[in-house]
Design a protein around this ligand. Structure first.
Ligand code: ASP
Length: 595
């Protein structure tokens, strides 16, 4: 080692020892005969003193160094002079009086300071990610990520799981997103797909008798990106045999509780609920307008449809008559909002697809409302009571088709939560969402698609909705699928799987996949199910999201060493990039675009 000690570890008990340190120049202060350097390594920063009287050579060398030079220094640890200790630095009581100083490598002036003090443009950070990684924020986040993954591995190993790697070059697995595909050189015109998840492989491992599998697995999905998405991301992928839903829920809840509580001293993040509350999908949509509700605060959606179904107010009555819903939300203490503030909220719900927003203010002197002229006193009174409006409150109402009402009010609820500062950043409100619909109707394609994925089992009593016959009604079938959510993020999803060939074939049938297509696409699964497939199920929590939540970051890029931009590019290496004519020829590819 080029160092005997770590910069960050020196304390008063080291005083008198001669140490050799190596690291980066964090800062340099030249006081003539004395030059002070802050030397930094992964473990911290320590002050180095180059005294011309002690070593003229070291002092001369120090006068040449600049920020981010890589140094090796040898010297004696001593107490800082009285009154000059730096209480904000863990090493602040000591300094190292240098006798030897070697420049291991000079450095160009970095494009930004290696500190968290100033905000740095993100494009610049991504372009120079190797410098960004030196900053405390990313070091902290990556250390936390390492600790989380280590904890997960230990937890699962203690419970008889084994970690198995699965291939990156596979046959396309439908998880609802677009595949990244890789052309084959050896087989002209054929392609591998990068796994959207190891879903089929982990199920085949259950057929293979492994019983308890996990993997810290990379998944690839060619989707439009958002703050919580990257073209490639990491999941804790997990599968178990001979289990039902309860076993998976208990396993993961135990893991998350242990993780959060173990890391609490470091993250400051604490659980809001223990055990985690459970909501059905229908309940979550009804009460929060979302299948990943932020449960750190209330402001639940309130159904007013029955009150206004036969109202003279056409907007409300027609919405209900057409199968829609009239729902509202209470904005506590917002009764004093100005007209323009309320208009702003109207524009907000319109951006979510709603036609408009009806408001009600309960003031000292009575009730005011944009619908006052159209509603009877009794209707108004019933609405105010149902919404729970107190003096000084504002009620906000949307009348629309259920999906739009949920979307608009669900988002409005979050907006109010933000404005009213109801989301405690140190609170983690984990919850389970259960009983998802098995299918959703794809209006554009005019067909059913699997809400989770096509290997998810229906609830036992709901298979009848898939069977051709009088009960056939796929929209009614619920799935043995579950999500774990936290603070408005989906942090994992899974299901109990289909393990019988006939049920899998039925599933494909409803999805409009013909027996021939099913054979071509999924023949290996159907065949495997004929060789004694055990009942099995699993889940896949997202490691990036979990780490971001625990690190208090709102973007998963902050917990990934080398992330891509929202345009799926890598600003450091410039990927994606063109390839040579020769590579294309070898892959039997002719481009239809000009570079
Ligand atoms: N493969 C699923 C996903 O990536 C998770 C699972 O069902 O285990 O969402």
């Amino acid at each position: 080692m080029l160092k005997t000690h770590l910069c960050g570890e020196l304390r008063p008990h080291h005083i008198g020892q001669t140490v050799t340190l190596a690291g980066w120049v964090h800062r340099r202060r030249d006081h003539g005969g004395l030059i002070f350097l802050d030397l930094r390594d992964r473990w911290g920063i320590v002050q180095i003193v180059c005294d011309a009287a002690l070593s003229a050579e070291a002092h001369a060398a120090a006068s040449e160094v600049r920020s981010e030079y890589v140094l090796q220094v040898t010297g004696q640890v001593r107490a800082r002079p009285t009154g000059l200790a730096n209480p904000s630095l863990p090493t602040g009581e000591v300094e190292v009086a240098v006798s030897e100083l070697r420049v291991l490598n000079p450095a160009r002036t970095p494009p930004f300071y290696i500190s968290d003090d100033q905000p740095v443009d993100e494009a610049l950070r991504l372009r120079y990610r190797y410098l960004d990684l030196r900053r405390p924020r990313l070091q902290r986040n990556l250390l936390l990520r390492d600790r989380i993954v280590t904890h997960i591995r230990r937890y699962l190993h203690d419970r008889g799981f084994i970690e198995v790697e699965t291939p990156i070059l596979i046959k396309s697995t439908p998880e609802g997103a677009r595949d990244y595909i890789v052309p084959s050189r050896i087989h002209p015109g054929r392609f591998y797909a990068l796994p959207q998840s190891p879903q089929q492989l982990k199920q085949l491992m259950m057929v293979g008798g492994l019983e308890r599998y996990f993997q810290i697995a990379r998944c690839f999905r060619d989707e439009d990106l958002r703050a919580d998405r990257q073209p490639e991301f990491t999941q804790l992928d997990l599968e178990m045999s001979f289990v039902d839903r309860e076993d998976i829920l208990e396993l993961i809840e135990g893991l998350f509780i242990e993780l959060v509580e173990t890391l609490e001293p470091e993250t400051g993040k604490r659980l809001k609920f223990k055990p985690f509350p459970r909501l059905t999908y229908a309940e979550a949509m009804a009460r929060y307008g979302s299948d990943k509700p932020d449960l750190r605060f209330g402001l639940e959606l309130v159904d007013l449809s029955d009150i206004v179904a036969s109202s003279q107010f056409r907007v409300f009555a027609t919405a209900v008559a057409e199968g829609g819903q009239v729902k509202g939300i209470r904005a506590p203490g917002c009764g004093g909002y100005s007209r323009s503030q309320i208009d702003e909220l109207g524009v907000f719900v319109q951006a979510q697809g709603a036609r408009g927003l009806v408001w009600i203010v309960r003031a000292e002197e009575g009730v005011r409302s944009s619908a006052a002229r159209f509603l009877t006193a009794a209707e108004m009174e019933a609405i105010v009571a149902r919404l729970g409006l107190e003096v000084g409150d504002l009620g906000l109402i949307v009348a629309d088709q259920p999906a739009i009402t949920a979307q608009a009010l669900g988002q409005l609820r979050l907006e109010l939560g933000r404005r009213l500062k109801l989301m405690d950043p140190n609170e983690l409100a984990f919850a389970w969402i259960l009983d998802f619909p098995l299918y959703e109707w794809d209006a554009a394609e005019q067909r059913w698609s699997a809400m989770h994925h096509p290997f998810t089992s229906a609830l036992d009593e709901d298979w009848k909705y898939l069977q051709p016959g009088p009960d056939y009604d796929p929209g009614k079938a619920k799935a043995k699928a579950y999500d774990i959510v936290c603070n408005g993020w989906e942090t994992g999803g899974g299901s109990i799987r289909i393990h019988r060939r006939d049920q899998q074939a039925l599933m494909f049938d409803v999805l409009g996949i013909s027996p021939e297509e099913a054979q071509a696409q999924f023949g290996h699964m159907l065949e495997a199910f004929e060789y004694g497939a055990p009942p099995h199920g699993g889940i896949a929590p997202g490691i990036d999201r979990l780490t971001a939540i625990l690190a208090g970051e709102s973007n998963i890029r902050e917990v990934i060493a080398f992330p891509k931009t929202a345009q799926a590019t890598d600003l450091m290496t410039n990927a994606p990039s063109p390839v040579s004519e020769r590579q294309l020829r070898e892959l039997h590819i002719r481009l239809a675009v000009e570079e």
